[in-house]
Ligand binder design. Sequence first.
Ligand SMILES: Cc1cc2nc3c(=O)[nH]c(=O)nc-3n(C[C@H](O)[C@H](O)[C@H](O)COP(=O)(O)O)c2cc1C
Length: 163
Amino acid sequence: MLKEDFMWALYFRHDCQLFDESRKIPKADLEFILDAGRLSSSKGGARWKFVVARNPEAKSALRQACTNPQQISSSSAAIAILAFRSEPGASQHHIAAANMMTAAAAIGIDSCPVTGFDQGRAKNALGIESGEYEVALILPLGYRIKPQPPKQYMPLSDLVEYR
Ligand SMILES: Cc1cc2nc3c(=O)[nH]c(=O)nc-3n(C[C@H](O)[C@H](O)[C@H](O)COP(=O)(O)O)c2cc1C
């Protein structure tokens, strides 16, 4: 991958709060994004599971578990990352989330990481009965309906110190 393509994806991504409800993500693109999540652990993906809420019933149930329901209801699909409770590296799923967001951005798909939800209601909505997993993060995906807000990146010189 060219450096420019990778940086383009990072510039494209922003915290997208509202999606264009009329646009659906093609299945192949959704699987490309999920594959980026799968490849985010050298343990073969055994650290987590992905549950995709794609049909209106599943999204409607999940929406009710979330603090900002519009992020789910306007999305084309929402990927719930389930983490094992026993997983020692409890933050590992953030790597999968970040890689899926960058993969999505690389193909022009927007996202918004969400942790503002009720754990019990989210599990019920997704039909997860096992106590082995918890819903670690929900990633609604879709296409922006508003232009991206202006970005305010700091210059590298303000962020980095070399020793
Ligand atoms: C782990 C995590 C959880 C988040 N949970 C929520 C959330 O529940 N609701 C929400 O609107 N945004 C959520 N966000 C999005 C942040 O608010 C967002 O990333 C922040 O506004 C920065 O936006 P930017 O990525 O466009 O710079 C979450 C972000 C992260 C990294």
